[in-house]
Design a binder for this molecule. Structure first.
Ligand code: FAD
Length: 294
């Protein structure tokens, strides 16, 4: 199918983009990698009257660590850049584990992490990863810049809190409070597919104690789920078999899976339990679990 008719603008500065977006009102959409928006338009799930293509905006394709240890990912940083990032491999284990699991190489070459957060697909991988890390989104609009914690950014399936004239300019991961560890496990029906179940775990330790933990779930609810009680069960003491088992149970309880063509609700909840246990127990370093039989 073809998209419905739309006006196309490709501004060359952020200020211009914000102004054009404001003119378009509720019927304007930002285009970043186009890997979610274009399919939605072709299926006519989305019919924006104005497309504001941000790909000509200078200086948004970065990802960098600041001196305080925070990580900043610009709105035009592609999944593929993150997949091959030495910075992520050395400092962000959860992100490094997830990056190669997002879609397929074609999509990763164009799609962006920030676009994925904005798209707010319950099966999107990056929202869980950033949520587990306590990340946030920086939005810029005519009223200036604001920082929105991921926990508040995604409000439901395919919904975020951006105003119609705001652009998400970067995602930020705060500095670690201790040594960072973690990972991301994802069950797919085939390589490159969306998650049947995905689990992101991030922990920070000082000495033996866990000083911060984050656990977030992909594909097992109407939006990305932060398993906060599970994370709290890990904090303030060294990891132990008991605390891991408790966190796994609490994470499974936080999941809100539905039975569908990918599996039963019970099966998906069980996978959450297994993935949390594996990630925390370090019993596997494999970041991909692929179910080949649909
Ligand atoms: C075949 C296929 C398989 C896929 N598999 C996966 C997968 O396994 N896991 C996964 O997580 N994703 C998957 N995706 C989605 C992919 O990761 C997209 O790249 C991502 O969801 C959106 O990023 P984008 O840059 O392409 O955004 P776009 O498609 O350009 O935009 C998506 C939405 O976000 C808005 N938006 C984008 N950027 C901004 C911004 N800076 N400010 C404000 N609004 C913005 C747009 O207006 C639009 O509503 C898949 C896509 C395809 C086509």
């Amino acid at each position: 199918m073809f998209p419905s008719r739309f006006r196309y603008e490709a501004p060359r500065s952020l200020d211009e983009a914000i102004s054009v977006l404001g003119d378009g009102g509720d019927y304007a959409k930002v285009l970043a990698g186009g890997q979610s928006l274009v399919p939605m338009m072709k299926l006519r799930f989305a019919s924006p009257e104005l497309i504001v293509d941000i790909n000509n905006l200078p200086g948004l394709d970065y990802h960098r660590a600041d001196p305080d240890g925070s990580l900043h990912v610009g709105a035009l940083c592609r999944h593929a850049t993150l997949e091959f990032s030495g910075l992520l491999k050395s400092t962000q284990p959860t992100m490094a584990a997830a990056a190669p699991l997002v879609a397929d190489p074609l999509v990763r070459n164009r799609g962006t992490l920030v676009g994925s957060l904005c798209h707010a697909d319950p099966q999107g991988d990056w929202a869980s990863v950033l949520l587990s890390l306590g990340g946030s989104v920086i939005a810029q609009g005519p009223r200036g810049r604001r920082s929105i914690p991921l926990a508040e950014f995604v409000t439901g399936p395919f919904q975020n809190v951006l105003e119609h004239d705001e652009i998400a300019v970067e995602a930020v991961v705060p500095p670690a409070a201790g040594a960072r560890a973690g990972g991301y496990l994802k069950l797919e029906r085939r390589v490159g597919d969306f998650a049947t179940v995905g689990v992101a775990v991030s922990i920070e330790t000082s000495g033996a104690d866990v000083v911060r933990a984050g656990i977030a779930l992909t594909g097992v609810g109407g939006s990305t789920i932060g398993a906060d009680a599970a994370a709290a069960a890990l904090t303030g003491a060294p990891l132990s078999a008991d605390s891991i088992a408790e966190a796994a149970e609490l994470a499974a309880a936080a999941a809100q899976p539905r039975t569908d063509h990918r599996g039963t609700a019970e099966y998906k909840r069980h996978l959450v339990r297994v993935f949390v246990t594996r990630l925390l127990g370090g019993t596997t370093t494999a970041a991909r679990a692929t179910e080949r039989a649909a």
